[in-house]
Design a protein around this ligand. Sequence first.
Ligand code: ZN
Length: 329
Amino acid sequence: MINQDQFDNLLVEAENEINNGADAAVLYHKYLGRNGKFSTMIKQITTLKTDERKVVGEKAKIIKNRLNYLLQIKTSSNQPSIDLTLPADLTAHGHQHPIETSIARLYQISERLGFVAAQSPEIENEDNNFEFLQIAKDHPARDMQDTFWTVDGRVLRTHTTAFQQNLIKNNHPPFAFVQGGKIYRCEAEDATHLSEFHQFDGFAVAKNLTFADLRGVLFQLIQDFFLRPVELRFRPSFFPFVEPGAEIDMKCFSCTGRGCRSCGYKGWLELLGCGITDQEIIASAGLDPKEYHGLAFGLGVERFAMLYYGVEDIREFTRNDPRFLEQLV
Ligand SMILES: [Zn+2]
């Protein structure tokens, strides 16, 4: 006589087969098919007395639902997740622009060196962009010909250094910030100049910062960016907001200093400007310039990217030609 235990046993047997990797279609046929084990058993219920028929029938219903559920799951997990019969997707999906990639890498490297990412607006007031940084009225950068102004007297920032005033006035030292972003100059465009390009600036103020700290930070930053050992030289140079100021050159990769076409036969490549923050800037933020010192550097992202990727014409970065961009992943 058929009973509840036989249905329970049927479920255990089916579960074992499912777990042992048997084919779902075969199992479905074996258990729930017209002449399957379940159907054979259910036919025997008619031979039971009415009250037993009701109890065993309820059990059979539960077991059938469970078997159905398990076999459905088994069937769907057997289906491949990719439909290999569909036509191939040959669409190019693109990638991050090499300038954005370079800025992201500079942020990453400088954050490892203890700098925090900051942001300042692309449209600046004259004070942040020029006066605070001691760029006098007769400085060439102030020439109306050299920059873009809005009708209400604001300026499209000519350098990312414009973030210094807000940082030093709103943060108590020690602090170290970096900013990468777009800047604007009224330049005639050629193979080495654009009117809209990108800079990456660093600015740190603390007690007892020295030129050795600046040198250490830049050496690490440059080496980590170019992913190779570099040889640097510091040349004294003038920037109104630093004293002393320097330009850094890196020994040419291609000729290792002997001179070649890519370094203009100089053996060295100009990289960036840097220096120790002018004491007047420290004092103008209410800090004692004898106690606090700042370090600052600013680099052209396109310049770094050109050297890193071996690009000879800066305008390639703005032409949006996939044949060029897809080489610089
Ligand atoms: Zn060279």
